[in-house]
Design a protein around this ligand. Structure first.
Ligand SMILES: [Zn+2]
Ligand SMILES: [Zn+2]
Ligand SMILES: [Zn+2]
Length: 205
């Protein structure tokens, strides 16, 4: 049987880098990626064909470095863009779990929902609604299996930042106000004094 790829001679690097921040081009351009690939000729890290930028493929074309490998945790397969073939290069080790998965936000303004994605998985969301010119944060949810990692706080903080940049004030629900008061002293200012007083059972003056 013929080899699935006739470009094995271009492979100079077998193993992924020890530390990866993400797709190099996406990081430079501020775009999002889904999965990471590494060029096996020069080591450049790019994003997969499911990512909007398809930077691994673009690098393969412009640099004429046809073979990449997956550097997703536990994966060691390689792929040749010219032969459109998946195969394993002898000696290529499975990637470690040291690849930090990218955090990204998906904002559905129509539904009043901000989502936090880690890698290709939805991990948490916050719902909100407009009350006049203010924003009422109404509900947060951590997807099962992702509890205890701080994702709810991360998505709420992002929502607050988005609306503050728009010059809108935040009206937290009781649930949020209580969480801010209890866990996030830096967010006490988000909770109106009267609400804070009510939560804490203090007088308002
Ligand atoms: Zn090939
Ligand atoms: Zn990219
Ligand atoms: Zn390359």
């Amino acid at each position: 049987m013929a080899s699935p790829c006739s470009h094995i001679a271009s492979v100079l690097i077998l193993d992924g880098p020890d530390e990866v921040d993400g797709c190099e081009t996406c990081l430079a351009e501020g775009t999002k990626w889904i999965h990471l690939r590494m060029c096996m000729t020069c080591g450049e890290v790019g994003c997969c064909d499911d990512s909007p930028g398809q930077h691994a493929r673009k690098h393969a074309e412009t640099a004429t470095h046809p073979v990449v490998r997956s550097i997703e945790p536990g994966e060691s397969w390689s792929y040749c863009y010219i032969d459109d073939a998946v195969f394993h290069v002898t000696g290529a080790e499975a990637a470690g779990s040291n690849v930090e998965e990218p955090h990204s936000f998906n904002h559905d303004t129509g539904a009043g929902r901000l989502e936090l994605w880690v890698g290709s998985g939805l991990v948490a969301w916050v719902h909100y609604g407009a009350v006049g010119d203010a924003i009422n944060l109404t509900q947060t949810k951590v997807i099962e299996g992702n509890e205890g990692l701080g994702y709810d706080g991360e998505v709420v903080l992002e929502a607050i930042e988005i609306f503050r940049e728009q010059g809108k004030s935040i009206i937290p629900s009781d649930e949020f106000a209580r969480a801010f008061i209890t866990y996030r002293p830096e967010l006490h200012g988000v909770v109106a004094p009267s609400m804070r007083a009510r939560m804490l059972g203090e007088s308002d003056d």
